[in-house]
Design a protein around this ligand. Structure first.
Ligand SMILES: NC(=O)c1ccc[n+]([C@@H]2O[C@H](COP(=O)([O-])OP(=O)(O)OC[C@H]3O[C@@H](n4cnc5c(N)ncnc54)[C@H](OP(=O)(O)O)[C@@H]3O)[C@@H](O)[C@H]2O)c1
Length: 340
């Protein structure tokens, strides 16, 4: 029987997870919530998704704009096995206490919530098993997902002693007219940035120190990573390792993929839904090694903040519903996204 899924918070992440759920043969999208009326609600209606109002105010706003909701939040909860909560940060945590636990419904929260909210933080290829049969799981943030995917591969093959990574973060999502910076480079004045401890919520034994800054761009984050490793690698082997790692794509100067702008254009040209690039893109030419006594591996990667966590949400749903074969789930999910 198909897993019945509801989406709460139909924004950047929620609308993508909704489409991804609708594409899975073993899942049924019961519906999505609306907090306010917007173009997102109009798009959901056009797609034929059932729309549930999160409050009386939401219901009135929808009705005033010509949308008759299919029910309220409780009606959605009555019909689902699992909710993917992609509302703004802190709401997922509140909803676990107020709605999901009392209704005995499993729930996934997103990277805006803290690890302690669920006690399990998830990146499918790193720790799928940890989410099997769990009631509440957090899919980590876009940056943490990106770091975990490549560092897990490096750790398994070469053994990591320690990592220093700098996150150059997009100032806002492309649709977002409220955030910035618009003409500044803004360092995160916190040492380490929260990303390092967040990676350790998935890769417990990896020592990592992170710094971060925001720049005036909406097109992906860029990570510059330096990993001290135990075994001496050669560059070709490292590139081959990334090439064979699921949800990681090696991109090259030779194909004119020299920037986040060109990677996003490539995703659009490939016909990806919304022009998304859920794979972490590692630049082939930016993989390097130091030649001194220490084995230092350096690489740069681009992270599409709006989409890399979407396959993770799908695998997480399966794991929580008791599907034990992580590799099979990843393969099933990848096929629907057209990724390896
Ligand atoms: N965007 C990213 O790059 C990204 C990447 C990875 C993870 N995340 C995480 O994903 C979560 C969602 O982020 P997002 O970027 O998708 O946010 P978003 O684009 O702002 O979408 C949030 C949606 O939730 C709705 N909402 C607001 N209050 C609500 C409530 N009380 N109940 C139900 N829905 C409510 C919003 O409606 P209104 O428009 O009416 O407010 C909006 O449709 C956060 O934890 C975030 O940290 C974000």
């Amino acid at each position: 029987m198909a897993i019945k899924v509801g989406i709460n918070g139909y924004g950047t992440i929620g609308k993508r997870v909704a489409d991804a759920v609708a594409m899975q043969k073993d899942m049924k999208l019961v519906g999505v919530t609306a907090h306010s009326y917007s173009f997102n609600t109009e798009a959901a209606k056009q797609k034929g998704y059932k729309i549930f109002a999160v409050s009386d105010e939401s219901e009135n706003e929808l009705k005033a704009n010509g949308i008759k909701p299919d029910g309220n939040f409780q009606n959605l909860l009555d019909e689902v096995d699992v909710i993917v909560d992609a509302a703004p940060r802190k709401i997922g945590k509140e909803n676990i206490g107020a709605f999901y636990k009392p209704n005995k419904i499993k729930a996934i929260v997103q990277g805006g919530e803290k690890h302690e909210t669920t006690g399990v933080s998830f990146v499918a290829q790193c720790n799928y098993d940890k989410a099997v049969n769990k009631d509440f799981v957090r899919v980590v943030s876009c940056n943490t997902t990106g770091l975990c995917r490549t560092l897990d591969a490096v750790n398994k093959k070469y053994g990591i002693t320690s990592v220093h990574a700098t996150m150059i973060r997009r100032g806002a999502d492309p649709w977002d007219i409220y955030h910035g910076p618009i003409n500044a480079i803004v360092p995160v004045l916190e040492m380490p940035s929260h990303h390092g401890p967040d990676v350790q919520s998935v890769l417990h034994d990896v020592e990592i120190f992170t710094t971060a800054l925001s720049v005036p761009s909406t097109l992906m984050h860029l990570h510059s990573v330096i990993a001290d490793i135990k075994k001496k690698p050669n560059v070709d082997d490292v590139i081959e390792m990334f090439r064979s790692t699921t949800r990681v794509r090696v991109v090259r100067n030779a194909e004119h993929l020299r920037s986040t702008a060109e990677i996003m254009e490539f995703a659009r040209d490939m016909g990806r839904l919304r022009g998304d690039m859920p794979e972490i893109c590692v630049w082939q030419e930016a993989v390097g090694l130091t030649s001194n006594a220490h084995n230092k591996l350096l690489y740069m990667q681009a992270v599409h903040q709006e989409s890399d966590v979407i396959p993770e949400n799908i695998d997480c749903i399966r794991a929580m519903m008791g599907f034990k074969d992580g590799l099979k789930s990843i393969k099933m999910t990848n096929e629907t996204f057209g990724i390896k």
